[in-house]
Design a protein around this ligand. Structure first.
Ligand code: ADP
Length: 495
């Protein structure tokens, strides 16, 4: 099933090129632990070249700057068409490199296409206002592209995160230097090639593979990058913001970790609730966002005491039924993305066992090769246990591990749900409108799901409160961080 690997170099100024240093690094298949291929390893010198190309493409009078906004949108649509043409190949490549089941990869690629399609429509609708300002003046605002956007993405949704970043940037008329995650560069490189076919001028889109501390850090601290968009861990988000502040005060948008609660009241259909909570945590191998934090995955399941035992029984049964194995097969769950992630999750599972959380199922490595972990359910988890908290080592379980806690009252569960540095997402399952409204208002999270979870769409903003991030992606909000507002004041003759 191994798809052919067509592109392994850096994509700078419309060409695939070796890195300046000539260095390469291995990309690994997480299902086997074996090397797929070597890719060029970019660092500061390559980021410099990519930023030069992106600035050149952004310069006044350039093809990109003088193109009709609607034509930009059509070019994005063309890219979406090419993705659709190559959907099967892209999905295979994503599964091969990331380990997610093929059906999930297909789902992600549709999500990526929808995001680009959504933003292509925005290209010619990003406009300012005319303002009745004091004095004899005519005042208008313009929303101008911010310039070169640096974009750093993680490994859990490689192509989807790429689309979330490229969409608003291209619609706004920015140019891009993207650094994909070192674990998963392959679909980004293929997308770079599709961008050539779609007609994007050289330098508008650049992709530099490399590591965070070198290529990523060079991008975040570059003086000629005007904005940095980052999805990843809170710890790295802080480094990025610091680098941005210490260099040119570039604009920053951050989509960081979470420790998202999902709360189950007894007035719901129990089987449905168990299913929703199961999907909330086990989707994407429990990697619904960055490794150092649980993000929007429903990592803290709070179940009302009156249904707790029954819920645990059913949740355990469901986890046991989860089919684990070769992601190209008919499975629900593939491997964790890398050995490092595998080790982190296993270490926290061990911590959970030691601290006395009840292990109902799973907790072990699966198979003899690759980074598979059995679907795991812990019960009687206390809020101060390492597996339930994020503070200790800044690590939380970012894997297929459900932690089920018991609660009694709304007041209590709101307090516990909010007792975290994070605030990305939260969910409540109830048929009582007052409960749903109370929770939605009181919980500190950028997204609240009522009777659903992980429902993320292109049209609605997504992002975090507190240390889960800054700014919003998707929806109209997602455009804001790629434009500057310019106020033009024109003196008018009195008449
Ligand atoms: P994870 O542990 O899930 O890999 P990270 O936040 O470390 O999460 O990584 C997300 C992205 O951030 C990756 O593309 C990674 O290379 C990049 N990154 C890591 N460290 C830095 C850094 N110091 N500066 C810029 N980017 C970084």
């Amino acid at each position: 099933m191994a798809p052919e690997i067509k592109f392994t170099k850096l994509f700078i100024n419309g060409q695939f090129v070796d890195s300046q240093s000539g260095k390469t690094f291995p990309v690994v298949n997480p299902s086997t632990g074996k090397v797929i291929c070597q890719v060029s390893e970019g660092d500061k010198a390559d980021i410099d070249l990519a930023v030069d190309a992106a600035n050149e493409a952004f310069k006044l009078g350039s093809t990109w700057r003088t193109m009709d906004a609607s034509a930009r949108g059509r070019m994005m649509d063309k890219l979406v068409g090419l993705m659709e043409r190559d959907l099967h190949y892209l999905a295979q490549l994503e599964t091969y490199n990331n380990g997610k089941p093929l059906k999930d990869a297909v789902f992600d690629i549709y999500g990526a296409m929808y995001a680009l399609k959504y933003y292509s429509g925005w290209a010619d609708k990003i406009h300012g206002q005319s303002i009745p300002a004091d004095g004899n003046v005519f005042v208008v605002t313009r929303k101008e592209p911010i310039g070169v956007a640096g974009q750093i993405i993680p490994w859990n949704f490689p192509i989807l995160m790429l689309a979330w970043k490229w969409g608003p940037a291209l619609a706004a008329g920015c140019t891009i230097v993207m650094k994909p995650a070192e674990q998963t560069p392959l679909t980004a490189l293929y997308m770079a090639q599709l961008s050539v076919e779609a007609g994007f001028p050289p330098g508008v889109i650049n992709v530099v593979n490399g590591f965070g501390a070198t290529a990523g850090a060079a991008l975040a601290s570059h003086d000629r990058v005007q904005k940095i968009a980052f999805t990843g861990s809170t710890a790295v988000g802080k480094l990025i913001m610091k680098a941005a502040a210490e260099s040119n005060l570039k604009r920053v948008s951050l989509e960081l970790g979470g420790k998202s609660p999902i709360v189950v009241f007894p007035d719901v259909d129990l089987d449905k609730a168990v299913q929703t909570c199961h999907a909330a945590v086990f989707a994407n191998m429990g990697q619904c966002n960055t490794s150092l934090s649980g993000c929007c995955a429903g990592t803290r399941t709070f179940v009302h005491e009156s249904i707790y035992d029954k819920f645990v029984e059913k949740a355990t049964e469901l986890a046991r039924k989860r089919k684990l194995g070769d992601p190209f097969g008919e499975v629900d769950q593939g491997p964790q993305v890398s050995e490092l992630q595998f080790n982190r999750v296993m270490a926290l599972i061990e911590a959970g066992k030691k601290e006395g959380a009840g292990l109902k199922t799973g907790g072990l490595k699966h198979g003899s090769e690759g980074y598979f972990i059995e679907p795991t359910v812990f019960v009687d988890v206390q809020d101060d246990m390492r597996i339930a908290k994020e503070e200790v080592l800044l690590l939380t379980i970012f894997g297929p591990v459900q932690q089920i806690m018991k609660f009694s009252t709304m007041e209590e569960v709101i307090k516990r749900a909010n007792d975290t540095h994070y605030g990305l997402a939260a969910g409540i399952l109830t048929n009582d409108i007052n409960r749903a409204l109370t929770f939605s208002q009181a919980v500190n999270a950028g997204t609240v799901w009522v009777n659903c979870f992980l429902h993320v769409t292109s049209q609605a903003p997504f992002g975090g409160f507190k240390q889960s991030g800054i700014g919003r992606e998707m929806g109209e909000e997602g455009i804001h961080s790629y434009v500057e507002v310019k106020t033009v004041t024109i003196s008018m003759a009195k008449f």
